[in-house]
Each structure stands twice: as C-alpha cells, then as structure tokens.
Design a protein around this ligand. Sequence first.
Ligand code: IPM
Ligand code: MN
Length: 376
Amino acid sequence: MCAAESAGQGTGTYQERRKVLMATKRVCVIPGDDAAPEVVIPTVQLLERMHLGIEFVWLTTGEEAIRQCGEGFPPAAKQAVDESACTLFGSARDPRTTGLAYLRWGKKTYANYRPVKWMPGMRSPLQRPEGIDFVIVRENLEGLYPGREGDLARLEPLQLTDPMTLQVLDTSKKGKFAVRVITEENTKNIARAGCTLAMKRKATGGKGKVTVVAKYNVLVQSDGLFCQVVEDAVKRYPELSFDQLLGDNFCQQMVINPHQFDVVIMPNESGDAFSDGAAGLVGGLGLAPSACLGDDYAYFEPVHGTAPDLAGKNCINPTAMLLSAKWMLDYLGLEEAAQRLERAVYQVYADGKQLTRDQGGTASTTEFCEAVQATL
Ligand code: IPM
Ligand code: MN
C-alpha cells in the first residue's frame, strides 16, 4: 500500500480522464485522527446504504502510514487521490502528513465553502437565529498560509520601509517574519467561485449579494487587490449586489445582524478564523461543514478539528461531516440524494429527540446517525 503502481494512470487527455473519474464516482476516504474517524465511518456507512453507486477507497495516511511506509502520505495514497473524483476527509492533527497539504495545495482546491445555516432545533446562543443562512467562501491557498516564515534577519537585504513610520524595518532584533501573498490570478478564481455560488443561491431564493471582507485600510496593497478583484468580478453579474467590509467590522456585524449576509468572500487566514466564529452563531463547530473545490478536484471535510477530548467516547456530533457529505453528493451530480440527506439531518434537529451533547441532548454519535438513517 506504500508504493504507487505504474499501471492505472489511464489514457486520453486529462479532461477525458477526469470525466471518467466523475462518472465512476470513486471517492477516497481519509478518516483522520483522534475522534475524526468516529464521524467519517458512520457517514460512509450511511452513504453506502443509500446505494448511490459510489466506490469508496479507504486510505491509510498520517501516523499509521508512517509506521507502515515511513511516510504519512505515501505515493500509493497520492495515486489513489489522483485516480478519484474527490476525497472525503475527517480531520488531521498534522496537515503535512495526513494528505491535507496535497488535497489543498497539490490539487489546487482554492475555494473553501463554509456554510452557516441555522435550522430549528440547533442550539444557537442568539435570540433570533431564524433565517441565518450565509456561506463564507474562504480563499484556501494563499494569504499567510501555507506559512512561509523565517528569521527577521533574512529580510535585511530588502530594506523594507514601514508605511506607518516611514522608517526602514529594523531587522537587527531577534524575531521572525511571515510572508503574506495575494495573487490576482487566484483571487479571480475565488471571486468567480463566490459569484457562481451567489447566482446559484439566488435561483432558489437567495439574496444575490456578495460581500468581500478584508483589512484593506491597513493591508492597502494585498487586501486592496483582493477587494478590487472581487468587486470587478461581481460587476460582471448585474443580478448580484456588492458590499465591502473591514474584517473587524464583519465580526461585529455577524453577531448583531448575521441575517444581512449571503456569500462572504475572505482571504485565507481571516476566513479560517471567522468561519469558526460564524459556526458559533448557529450552534457550534459540530454543525459546520465545508467543501474545498478547485477546477479539477474537490475534497470535503468538517470545519472542526480532530476533537482529541472526545476520541473513543462515541459522542462527537457527526452533523458537520454528514453535511460535508451532502456537498460531496452535489459535486458528484447526485443532487436528489444530497437533498434527501440534508432533509434527514434537519429533521433529526426538528424532532429534537436524538441530539448529541453539544446540542443539549444525550444521544451518542451512533444514535444520531441511526436517527438520520431512519428518516432518510
Ligand atoms: C481548517 C484548519 C486548517 C486550516 C489547518 C489544520 C491547516 O484550521 O481546516 O480550518 O487552517 O485550514
Ligand atoms: Mn480552522
């Protein structure tokens, strides 16, 4: 399971091979670490019971793969990903050794959709959560991630001028730097993804509104470019309206009036942080799914981490994983099944009898999944 086999690369152009992969519906599954497999396994079981013609390929990555192959993401795992339509991903303790780095940067999945939607029965801390329904589109490849850092002294040859003081940056102190990159090309991609989503949502009653959130008053050049590219993209869709907010203001607005938002586009690191915050509005990270899409590949993972404190207890809320799987079914062209799955999950919340502890219930992960299964 460690080495890639040379056969099986397929023939024909890349696009032709991609078409075949989408049609065969082969999906890689990476269960992840700690409590993550406890939501991945029942989710796949549920999908299998729906008889959707999906072929699941389970991959061993991370610590177990290091034990078996000496590396966390061995060539065979990479090949399996390359020969699949998409990946269902649990959550990784170390993004470098579990395949996350390849799924994101290797497969260029630049758009990370993080929906924030309240449904009856979800344990929101807000008084009026009814109608909260927006999607954060987080740029997934650039900004401060993937983390290009180093010793401050390395910046000395650049003689950078600090725009606040007009002084040259003092690189003589012991310290570190981090590089933040925003490219026009990638921002165009993310802007297009956000606009397409807003149009799709508008077709089913959405607001048709794109909000770009960034710190353009301080990061005048990088976030300035990000906002400008998004604004230019939205102009190409006369049906959509455009708004621009500073990141700090967004945080306040999302708490006092989250209903105003529809599609919210953000750079990587703020999208990462603010989407965890936004999940809190509707009931917490146990409910927050995500989908990472590029032009040629996609993977689906909950917003939450590996929840080591919950591992082995059969109590983690599988909603985030199940709703991520719902987005995967949409991606695979199984829209009707996607809706069935989503409706079943929401029904369990509306019934309120089989909720997990984070939602004020006493049900185990298994009991919640059984309730979804019974409602499907
Ligand atoms: C997430 C996580 C990851 C990220 C880490 C583990 C790299 O926080 O998916 O939200 O920041 O993207
Ligand atoms: Mn995160």
